[in-house]
Design a protein around this ligand. Sequence first.
Ligand SMILES: NC(=O)c1ccc[n+]([C@@H]2O[C@H](COP(=O)([O-])OP(=O)(O)OC[C@H]3O[C@@H](n4cnc5c(N)ncnc54)[C@H](O)[C@@H]3O)[C@@H](O)[C@H]2O)c1
Length: 382
Amino acid sequence: MKTAEKGGKTVPTMANKILRGAVIGYGFISGKGHIPAYLARAKAASADHVSVEIVAVADICEARRAEASKAIPGVRVYADYETLIAKEKANLDFVDISTPPCDHAKIAHAAFEAGLHVLCEKPLTTTLEEAASLLKHAETAKKVLFPCHNYKHAPVVKTIRDIIASGKIGKVRSLNLSTYRNTHAKGVTEWKTNWRREKKVSGGGIAMDHGSHTFYLTFDWLGAYPTAVTAKMTNLDADKYDTEDNFSCVLTFPTGIANANLTWTAGVRKVIYTVQGDRGAITVDDDELQLAVMEATGGPDVAQGAVKWNVEKRSIESDWMDASHVSWFNSMFDQFADCIEKGEWVGKEAKEAYLCIQLITNAYRSAAEGCLEMPLATEVTF
Ligand SMILES: NC(=O)c1ccc[n+]([C@@H]2O[C@H](COP(=O)([O-])OP(=O)(O)OC[C@H]3O[C@@H](n4cnc5c(N)ncnc54)[C@H](O)[C@@H]3O)[C@@H](O)[C@H]2O)c1
């Protein structure tokens, strides 16, 4: 392990360290996203970054355990997370939870009990009570709880953040975020491919499945947390499924307003985001970004025709069509490793995961009560 000077003392640092992990749930996201990213990270090991070794996998599905054994050299496989944790805890630093949402909380609690850090796929949990109890457990166990908020690591999303920080579009006042999908995301065929349409497994439909990505981006871009939500949703296949496939909401922020639309019944797969500032705007359509900036011509009250717009177009390759988002993973994992190094058990990302669950569950209440506006707390209490 490397060392560094801190306050006159030589202390170990995480650089050059290997974090040993176990993956719980070897389905689509771990098979196509997490594991290939971990293997690439291990291969690219250098003295400057934390490497990873995946020593064990648990999956309740035999066919998926067989796939894990083929994909990960030397991995030990288990049929349930309890046995994996009992047998492997001494060999582990962290657990990566990649099961459907209904099991996230119980697996994370078991990992904290065993003294392990937790990287957990979104949504963190399906209820606010579960989210609060996980944050509390992380704090008392002194272990990191970190959600996979990977959209923040898409190259085009990083560019949006940089433009906002540069001040070019002025103060951000409103947002529109639309996510179009032509179907619900499907899980691996060997297990329950359509689990996202079964509430007892998923906790909800597209808002529970994708809402976190949309909502943590709104927090970032408006630089605040929402104080209220009003929502509407439909289920166009209610004869077959019990979760929503279309969801729209309006969020009130102290700094502005955000409109979000999520659909599993679109004719195309893409995201379209617009960020409106008081001096310019950003429009993103997957990889294509347009930045429009108002040229100073005597302030905002000049006649419409007198305003000059400087428009710049950029194409930023972000691999949106690859639903595993494997290319975004290691940038996010760096943040997780950083929290471990700093002892940040419940950091900004974990608190925002809680706020996302608060938002989603209150949006469901709003939709059930005819779009009634629901207040939201901006402080995280646990
Ligand atoms: N961040 C992202 O961009 C992104 C993308 C896709 C999925 N996800 C998330 O990843 C998680 C998994 O989704 P997926 O698409 O990979 O699903 P999936 O159905 O493809 O895989 C789930 C796997 O978990 C296994 N499993 C189920 N319950 C288990 C349990 N209790 N213990 C051990 N194994 C169990 C199943 O056998 C299956 O192999 C979900 O939380 C989902 O929201 C995130």
